[in-house]
Design a protein. Structure first.
Length: 156
């Protein structure tokens, strides 16, 4: 009897999806243009999103060295200081990813000229964020953060 129960239990387990496949990934696209604008001032992440993928897309035509965009996430309390600091030190390069302990997630830069990468993504595990914390995103290209920023809200 035990062998039959074990066989039925194991067989049924093969038909059920694993816990990893039950995890929900939520994707968000945010575009930046040649007028120093993101198309979103807020990204709201539903409670059931376990993995969050943000893709920044440059819809402009200007080269990365002049009008590159990226997407950086920090705590709201840190964003202005981090953005100002990163904006001083950034060598505009498609391969540059901000390295600051206050940066939670960031994409590389994307440009508008032919041959330059037009989009870049970053993935964040929701469990690495605190629902009680406030978050902010911005573009860290020199000078862009003043107008290219917004709230990153974890819905409860």
């Amino acid at each position: 009897m035990m062998k039959i129960f074990s066989l039925v239990f194991v067989s049924a387990g093969l038909l059920l999806p694993s816990l990893e496949t039950l995890a929900k990934e939520c994707g968000f696209n945010i575009t930046g243009n040649d007028q120093l604008q993101f198309d979103k001032k807020e990204i709201r992440v539903p409670k059931d999103c376990d993995t969050i993928k943000v893709t920044v897309i440059n819809v402009g035509k200007m080269p990365l060295m002049v009008m590159g965009h990226n997407w950086v996430l920090t705590k709201s309390a840190d964003w202005n200081a981090v953005a100002a600091e990163l904006g001083k030190a950034i060598p505009p390069s498609a391969k540059y990813i901000p390295k600051d302990k206050r940066v939670i997630a960031a994409t590389s830069f994307v440009g508008g000229s032919p041959g330059e990468p037009k989009e870049a993504s970053v993935t964040i595990k929701r469990k690495s964020l605190k629902e009680s914390e406030s978050y902010h995103f911005f573009c860290s290209f020199p000078g862009h953060f003043a107008v290219m920023n917004g709230a990153f809200v974890l819905e409860k």
